[in-house]
Design a protein. Structure first.
Length: 545
C-alpha cells in the first residue's frame, strides 16, 4: 500500500516537471523583447558587485551624481532583461563602467547574433539561468569580494570534541556507560553547534548558490559560441568542483526546509551536533574558497556576461528604433533621430556637434533638459552595451559628467549654491585632462543672483569648452547666448500659445530663442491684468538697460 502511494507521488511529480518546463519555456519566448513586469528591483543588492569591485583599470566609473542626474536606475529597469541575479549584478556593473574594447565588442556581437538566430539555444540557456533567479543569488559575489569569517582560536578543541564523540559512540556498543558520557559531551557540542549558527547564516545562501553557478557555467561552456567569452573557463570550473563535496553539505541544509522533511531535518541536526560537522566543514570550506577567489569571480563573470548578452538581445528585439554606435576619433557628435529611452513616444531630434559646444535656450517643459539627458544616456549605453536609442549615433570615446539635479546638503550644512560650486569645480578640473569629456549642465548657477550667475556662468562655460571637451548646457539667461557665441552653437526649444493653450512640439531648432512667453503664460492663466501689465513694463525697461 505504502509503495503504491509513493509510486503515485513520484509519477505525479514526473508529469508535473515536464509541464512546468513547457510553461517556463513559453513564458521566456513570450517575454523576449519586453520589459520585466511584476518584479521589484533591490538596487542595494544589485549594485553590490559594482560597489565592491576594483575599477582602477576602467576608463571611467560613472559617479552616483551623474547616475542620479540621468535617472540611471530607471534606465536599468528598462534595459534589464536578465534571468539571473548574477546577470543583473553583472549588467549593472557594465552600465556604470566605461571601457571600450573593440575585440570584446566584436565577440559580444557575434554571440548576440547567434542567440538571436538560435532561439532554442537562447531559451535553454535562460532556463538554466533561472536557477539563479532567487534573492540568494545576490550573495555569491560576497564569496570572492568580502573577507571571510576567521575560524575560532580554539578550532582544535572543536576537532577534539568531534573525535571524542565518535570514539564514545563506538565504545557505547561495548559499554552503555560510555553513552552517558556521550550525552554529557553532546551538551557541550550543542552549545558550540548553535553558537556557530550565526556564522553559518552568512553563508547558507551563498555557498549553495555557488554550486548552482558552477553547474550552470559547466553547462554553458559546452557551447562553442558561449565558451569564446572565456576560453579558459573550464579550469576555473574544475577548481571550484574540487570543493563540491564539502559544499554539498550546505546545499543539503537548504533543501531540508519543507514540512514533510521536518523529521529528517531533526535527525540531521542531532547528527551534526554530535560530531560538530557544521563548524568543522564551514571553516574548512571557507579556507579553501579563500584561495579560489579569482576562479569564483571568473565563473561569476562568465555566467553574468552570458546573461547580459541575452538581455541585450532582448532589449534590441523590443525597440522600434535603435542602432549600434559608431565610435570614431574625431571630436564631434552626429546624432540622427535620437530620443530619450525613458520618455514614452518621445520626439526624435537630430544634431551635429563639430567645432563648438551647444547652448540650449527655451522655457520650462519645452524639452531642453530631456534632450541633454538623451545625449548623455545614449553615450553611456553606446559605450557599455553597444546600443543607442537613435537611427544612427556617431561620437568619440567620452567621459560623462553632469550638473543637472543639485540639492541642498542639509546634513553637511551646504547650500544649493555651494553644492553646485563643488560640482562645477570637479568639471573644471576634469576639463584640463587629456581625455575627451562630455559635460551636461542644466541652468548653471541658478542658486545665485542674475548678475553673478551670468558672469560666473560665462566664465565657466568658456573655460570647460576648451581642450576637445564637448558641453551641452541649458539656460534661461538669453544674455549668455551673445557672450558665448564664439564657443557655442545656439539651439532652442519653443512652445506655441494658442488662445488659452500652451503647446510644445519638443523639436530642436537652430539659433537662440527670440520669443519670451513667460509673461504671456501668466496672462492666459488669468493672473490679474494690472499685475501682468506691470510685469511687461518692467521687462521692457530691463531690456533697455
Amino acid at each position: 500500500m505504502v509503495k503504491d502511494i509513493l509510486f503515485q507521488i513520484k509519477y505525479s511529480f514526473s508529469q508535473l516537471h515536464p509541464n512546468r518546463r513547457k510553461e517556463e519555456k513559453k513564458k521566456l519566448i513570450e517575454s523576449f523583447g519586453r520589459i520585466k513586469v511584476d518584479e521589484t528591483f533591490n538596487f542595494n543588492r544589485i549594485a553590490q558587485y559594482f560597489r565592491n569591485k576594483d575599477h582602477s583599470n576602467m576608463y571611467q566609473v560613472l559617479s552616483d551624481k551623474t547616475c542620479n542626474d540621468l535617472d540611471f536606475e530607471d534606465l536599468f529597469v528598462l534595459v534589464d532583461r536578465t534571468s539571473s541575479k548574477v546577470g543583473q549584478q553583472y549588467l549593472y556593473n557594465r552600465l556604470r563602467t566605461i571601457d571600450v574594447d573593440k575585440n570584446q565588442t566584436k565577440l559580444n556581437e557575434e554571440v548576440i547574433e547567434e542567440l538571436l538566430k538560435d532561439s532554442e539555444l537562447r531559451v535553454s540557456i535562460q532556463q538554466k539561468l533561472l536557477k539563479l533567479k532567487d534573492e540568494e543569488g545576490y550573495y555569491i559575489s560576497e564569496l570572492f569580494q568580502k573577507q571571510h569569517i576567521k575560524p575560532p582560536r580554539r578550532l582544535f578543541f572543536i576537532k577534539l570534541l568531534s573525535l571524542t564523540s565518535l570514539l564514545l559512540l563506538v565504545l557505547s556498543f561495548y559499554n552503555p556507560l560510555f553513552f552517558l558520557v556521550l550525552l554529557g559531551v553532546f551538551c557541550v557540542n550543542f552549545v558550540i553547534h548553535f553558537w556557530n549558527k550565526k556564522n553559518l547564516a552568512e553563508y547558507i545562501s551563498s555557498i549553495p548558490q555557488l554550486l548552482r553557478l558552477n553547474a550552470i557555467a559547466s553547462h554553458l561552456s559546452k557551447n562553442v559560441y558561449i565558451k569564446r567569452l572565456n576560453p579558459n573557463i573550464d579550469e576555473s570550473i574544475r577548481v571550484i568542483k574540487q570543493v563540491k563535496s564539502r559544499m554539498s553539505f550546505f546545499q543539503l541544509e537548504t533543501r531540508l526546509q519543507g514540512e514533510f522533511e521536518i523529521i529528517l531535518w531533526f535527525l540531521f541536526e542531532i547528527f551534526k551536533t554530535v560530531f560538530l560537522l557544521e563548524p568543522l566543514l564551514l571553516f574548512d570550506v571557507l579556507r579553501k574558497l579563500d584561495t579560489k577567489r579569482q576562479e569564483i569571480e571568473d565563473v561569476f563573470k562568465f555566467v553574468g556576461h552570458t546573461d547580459m548578452l541575452i538581455s541585450t538581445a532582448s532589449l534590441r528585439g523590443g525597440l522600434k528604433i535603435h542602432c549600434k554606435p559608431i565610435i570614431h576619433n574625431e571630436n564631434s557628435i552626429i546624432a540622427n533621430e535620437i530620443y530619450h529611452p525613458l520618455i514614452v513616444n518621445c520626439e526624435v531630434n537630430s544634431i551635429t556637434i563639430n567645432d563648438k559646444s551647444i547652448l540650449l535656450t527655451g522655457s520650462n517643459m519645452s524639452g531642453k533638459t530631456s534632450f541633454i539627458r538623451a545625449i548623455g544616456l545614449n553615450v553611456i549605453t553606446g559605450l557599455t552595451i553597444n546600443i543607442c536609442f537613435a537611427k544612427s549615433f556617431t561620437f568619440p570615446l567620452l567621459k560623462v559628467f553632469s550638473a543637472i539635479r543639485i540639492n541642498d546638503d542639509l546634513v553637511n550644512d551646504k547650500s544649493y549654491y555651494f553644492e553646485e560650486v563643488l560640482t562645477v569645480k570637479e568639471m573644471i578640473e576634469e576639463s584640463k585632462s587629456h581625455d575627451r569629456n562630455l559635460f551636461l549642465l542644466d541652468e548653471i548657477f541658478k542658486g545665485t543672483n542674475t548678475v553673478e550667475r551670468i558672469s560666473a556662468g560665462k566664465a565657466v562655460l568658456s573655460n570647460i569648452a576648451k581642450n576637445n571637451n564637448i558641453v551641452l548646457v541649458s539656460t534661461h539667461d538669453i544674455e549668455l547666448t551673445d557672450m558665448l557665441s564664439n564657443d557655442y552653437d545656439l539651439y532652442h526649444f519653443s512652445e506655441v500659445i494658442n488662445g488659452k493653450n500652451v503647446d510644445f512640439d519638443y523639436k530642436l531648432k537652430q539659433g537662440k530663442l527670440k520669443n519670451r512667453n513667460a509673461l504671456r503664460i501668466l496672462d492666459i492663466n488669468d493672473y490679474p491684468k494690472d499685475l501682468v501689465d506691470e510685469a511687461i513694463e518692467i521687462s521692457k525697461k530691463l531690456d533697455d538697460i
